[in-house]
Every structure is written in C-alpha cells, then in structure tokens.
Design a protein around this ligand. Structure first.
Ligand code: ASP
Ligand code: MG
Length: 404
C-alpha cells in the first residue's frame, strides 16, 4: 500500500463532468489499495476572473484582501470533489489551507510555506478517508489567509507530499508528460519516461507550461518523486526523481528554448578590475535579470562585454548601458533584440565528451550562426537569430536521435 498525493489543475476540474471524472480516477486508485490525498486548483479561469473583479473596484486592491478573494476558487473545487466522491460511495473530506495548518510567512500573494502540521491529514487517512485539500492557500503568522503565487497548487501538493513522506506526488494536467522538446515546434517530440530534477530545472522553459518550477525545486530539496501525467488519458506520464532515466541513459534528454532573448554589447571598456560590476550594477538595480555574460579581453587594455536579457527589458537595459558607456569612456554600445536561446540538456553529457561538438556541427551544417554560447555541467546553450529557432530545434532533435 502506498501513500499518493494527487494534484489536479484547473482544466482537470474545469467543469462538473471533469470533476466527476477526477472522482472516478481517485476511486480507482483508492480501490487499488492506496491512501490518497488530493490537492486541487480552482476551476480554470476562476482565479483570473476573481482578480478581475477586484481590479474593477481598485487597481491597487490590498494584497491581503485579494488573497481572501482568490482563495475561494480552491474552496469551491474541494467541496465539489468531496461531494462527488461521497455520492459515489467514497468517504472523503475537504480541508482548507487553514484547516491543515499550512503555515506560511505573511507575504500576501507570494507567500512561502514555513511548516505543515500533518497531524490532521493523518487522522483522516487513518479513518480511511480521501483527504481533499485546497491548493495555493495558507495561513500567515497573524492567522490571515495567504496565497502562494500563481500556479502555487503544485507547490502545495509537493509540500504536503514531503510532510507526509508520500511515496509519490502526481501532478495531473492537460498534457501527458514532459517532452523531449515542444511538440508544436518538432512534431516528432517524444514523451520522456523519466528525467532528473536537475534536468527538469534546466528545461524550465519546457517544464514551466507543465508545472511550477518552484514545485520542482521543492521536490528536489525534499526528495519527493514527482510524476506529471494527464487527467484526460491513461498512461505513466513522466517521473521526475534523482534516478532519472537510468534505463535508457541518453546523452541528451531534451531541447529547451526561449524565444524572447535580447543581447547587449559594450565595446572597448577599460580592461581593469570591477568594470564588470560597474556595467551590471545599474542593470541589477533596475531589477533586470541578466542571463548569459561573456567578456573578451582585446589585448589593447580594453574588453568587450556582452550579456543577454529578456526582450521586454531590452530598451531599458540599452538606455542604462549607454549611460554606463559614457561614464566609462567605452567605444560603443550594440544590441540585438530578435534572438532565441536553445539549450540541449542531459545529465548524460557529464560522461560523454563531444556533445557540444555535435551541436555546433549540426547548426553549422544548417548554416545557422551562433552568437553566444554558454555551458554548465548538464547543459549547452546557444543564442541564435530568432528566425532559425524552429530549424535549429528540429535539426538538433534529429542529431541526438531524440525521436527514438
Ligand atoms: N488557482 C491558482 C492559479 O491559477 C493556483 C493554481 O492553479 O495552481 O494560479
Ligand atoms: Mg497550474
């Protein structure tokens, strides 16, 4: 007998028919002999609808009141699922974040979980009940309702699985797992049986559509095996754990990409200590995230310095860099805002030299110029012109045999 935490997202509980289908699935698992704790999101669209209502009254509505408002979405679905389970003859009880003592800090709208008192949940499981818990919500040290940030029910589910030492945390959504790349770009993309936490974090751009990245970090930290699967079809989904894909142990597990890249270069800055800091400090102060950073010493006591930012931040970052440029007496500022980043990801590359070579040859054969390159232990990223994104992803998918 296993203890399973199942989380169902907004589309999986979006209508009464869907809620009935979730009830049937929960009952099948329960009848197979497992203890089941369910964590739910609000019906799809509901959180946005509620936030819209608040905004109609006041665009700057208080975060505390917005938490009171949006947390109702999950309260609706947990009650409806419990009613559906009971009607089908399965003993169930719904619980709010407050009732399970989901303690958080008091950062309304983006609260962090500090502690869970699993005592209540265990008591109900002992009575052979399915416990249906509202995701996304907690309780602050002042006993106020808090929420965990958009998509936060995933984190609720993982936190509960960690607290209960559950055997697995299953995230039911509308896709049937994590894919080798985005199937809309490469139709030959394949569902992965399993993947490691590290790979999943590096593939954030693919995974983000599937589950909240904070939940993956949480699961890694507490070693909770996570499984992503569809509530609309049958299948094993994708297991995310420390074991990863031991059976197949591919060199590359997937190809992630990001369309919204921009790069900025400052040419001919004095090559001396703390120049990098003086270039990046104003960018950081403006809350602009910097991703890749590359510096080349030019041999004439100057250096060229390039970094990438999100495309939305490009204009502002360029203005700031131009100010820095005149202060430092640099030669010129250049920039490009129609770039894409493509990353090959896989723990297997640690033991396989030559992985980057295949990537560079493949892109070269397609006539695609790489503008920036960066590597980590389990990832190689390149920045290319956005117009080559699809071509590059497909060529790499085939070069690493990911369709098999
Ligand atoms: N209902 C919340 C949201 O839409 C939490 C969640 O679905 O995970 O962000
Ligand atoms: Mg979600």
């Amino acid at each position: 007998m296993a203890l399973i935490v199942q989380k169902y997202g907004g589309t999986s509980v979006g209508t009464l028919e869907r809620i009935q289908a979730v009830a049937d699935r929960v009952i099948r698992c329960k009848e197979a002999g497992d203890d089941i704790v369910v964590v739910l999101s609000a019906m799809s669209g509901e959180t946005n609808r509620l936030l819209g209502l608040a905004q109609e009254i006041d665009e700057n509505a208080s975060e505390r009141e917005k938490d009171v408002l949006v947390s109702t979405g999950e309260q609706v679905t947990i009650a409806l699922l419990s009613i559906a389970l009971q009607k089908k003859g399965c003993d169930a009880i719904s619980m709010t974040g407050d009732q399970i003592r989901m303690h958080t800090d008091n950062a309304h709208g983006k609260a962090r979980i500090t502690d869970i008192d699993d005592h209540n949940i265990h008591a109900h499981l002992k009575d052979n009940k399915v416990v249906v818990i509202a995701g996304f919500q907690g309780r602050s040290p002042d006993n106020y309702i808090t929420t965990l940030g958009r998509g936060g029910s995933d984190t609720t589910a993982v936190a509960i699985a960690a607290a209960l030492k559950a055997d697995e945390c299953q995230i039911y959504t509308d896709v049937d797992g994590v894919y080798t790349t985005d199937p809309r770009v490469e139709p030959k993309a394949r569902r992965l049986e399993s993947i490691t936490f590290e790979e999943m974090l590096e593939m954030a751009s693919l995974g983000a559509k599937v589950l909240q990245i904070r939940a993956v970090e949480f699961a890694g930290k507490y070693n909770v095996p996570l499984r992503v699967l569809s509530s609309f079809t049958e299948g094993n989904g994708t297991l995310i754990s420390y074991e990863g894909n031991k059976m197949e142990s591919p060199v590359i597990s997937g190809i992630a990409f990001n369309r919204d890249e921009a790069s900025l270069t400052i040419l001919g800055v004095p090559d001396k200590p703390s120049v990098a800091a003086s270039i990046l400090a104003p960018i950081g102060d403006a809350n602009i995230d910097v991703d890749m950073i590359i510096q080349n010493s030019m041999g004439d006591n100057t250096a060229d310095f390039t970094f990438t930012v999100h495309r939305n931040d490009y204009k502002r970052a360029k203005e700031l860099l131009e100010e820095t440029s005149s202060k430092l007496g640099a030669r010129e500022v250049q920039g490009k805002d129609s770039l894409a980043k493509i990353s090959i990801v896989g723990v297997g590359m640690m033991n396989h030299p030559g992985v980057a070579k295949t990537m560079f040859e493949t892109l070269g054969d397609e006539g695609i110029n790489m503008q920036l390159i960066s590597t980590s232990e389990i990832k190689v990223s390149v920045v290319v012109d956005e117009k080559y994104l699809e071509l590059a992803v497909r060529a790499l998918h085939s070069a690493y045999n990911l369709e098999q």
